[in-house]
Design a protein around this ligand. Structure first.
Ligand SMILES: C/C=C/C(=O)SCCNC(=O)CCNC(=O)[C@H](O)C(C)(C)COP(=O)(O)OP(=O)(O)OC[C@H]1O[C@@H](n2cnc3c(N)ncnc32)[C@H](O)[C@@H]1OP(=O)(O)O
Length: 265
């Protein structure tokens, strides 16, 4: 089943409860125009309430880029502070929405992901990269330090590696991005579609309430110190064990029965 939501972002859903959002500005290397940012936000808001969707994949149209960040033509069109502040505010809110979605979000990355395009990869829960993909925060090469991308990228890969990328604007390969923690899997280019789909479908087959609450819990405890994180995760686990799917799954294991159909309760 396919449905186009608008020109710059396409929405495709399949029978396996996975939604695919396609960045659709290939002629501008999928640069994140304000219109594209707003379209992504609209889709995230819609998907947040869609219990039929269990996993989201963000992918890109064309072979040249996942995304090259903010649209520099749009950025160059005005020096109005309020315009730029609004653009960055909407972009930051859109990036934060990814962590707040109940569904895990996977970036499927081929070719170039730079600046806010690299931030988008970092903001996702998981990222599968083609082995020939490259990553940068290269705004500095065009005169602009990548301030907002530094938030997500810095939290993925740590300050030293992030500042190296931010100061130099150099592109790193997929193996380096994997080693640093910016992506979670690297696959041969020919396998990118299949491997990402298989990953998304596996996640979509898991008990959805446990996945959603587990994602929220994980995102929250990552901002805490280790003692607070253990206390928070302890309370979470004690509650999660009471849930219907956990009771049914553990009971099936203990009594050597097949896995139950997850109810999402
Ligand atoms: C907080 C803010 C963070 C930010 O995100 S600021 C934005 C920072 N982004 C960048 O600085 C990256 C800009 N893009 C580039 O530097 C280069 O591209 C690449 C190194 C990624 C690739 O270079 P090459 O392979 O030679 O391609 P090409 O000829 O530069 O680009 C192909 C077409 O795509 C358009 N394009 C690429 N990136 C952007 C962009 N970010 N905004 C607007 N247009 C872009 C070009 O202009 C051109 O278009 P045409 O074919 O009409 O000449």
């Amino acid at each position: 089943m396919t449905a186009a939501s608008n020109e710059s972002v396409l929405l495709r859903r399949d029978e396996s409860r996975v939604a695919f959002l396609t960045l659709n500005r290939p002629r501008a290397m999928n640069a994140l125009s304000g219109e594209l940012i707003d379209a992504l936000q609209t889709e995230f808001d819609r998907l947040a309430g869609d219990a039929a969707i269990r996993c989201v994949v963000i992918e890109a149209q064309g072979d040249r880029a996942f995304s090259t960040g903010h649209d520099l033509r749009e950025v160059a069109s005005t020096r109005d502070y309020a315009f730029h502040h609004s653009l960055m505010t909407r972009c930051s809110a859109m990036m934060l929405s990814i962590g707040r979605l109940p569904q895990p979000v996977i970036a499927k990355v081929k070719a170039v992901a730079t600046a806010a395009g690299c931030q988008l990869v970092a903001a996702c829960d998981l990222a599968v990269a083609s082995s020939d993909a490259t990553f940068a925060t290269s705004g500095i090469n065009n005169g602009l330090f990548c301030g907002t991308p530094s938030v997500a990228v810095g939290r993925n890969i740590g300050p030293k590696r992030a500042l190296d990328m931010l100061f130099t604007g150099t592109f790193v390969d997929a193996a380096t991005a994997m080693r640093d923690g910016l992506v979670s899997r690297v696959v041969p280019a020919a396998d990118l579609d299949r491997e990402t789909k298989a990953l998304a479908e596996r996640i979509a087959s898991q008990p959805p309430q446990q996945i959603a609450s587990g994602k929220a819990m994980f995102r929250k405890h990552m901002e805490m110190n280790v003692e607070q994180a253990y206390a928070y995760a302890t309370d979470y686990m004690a509650g999660a064990i009471q849930r219907e799917d956990a009771q049914a799954g553990i009971d099936a294991f203990v009594n050597k029965r097949p896995k139950p159909d997850w109810t999402g309760k």
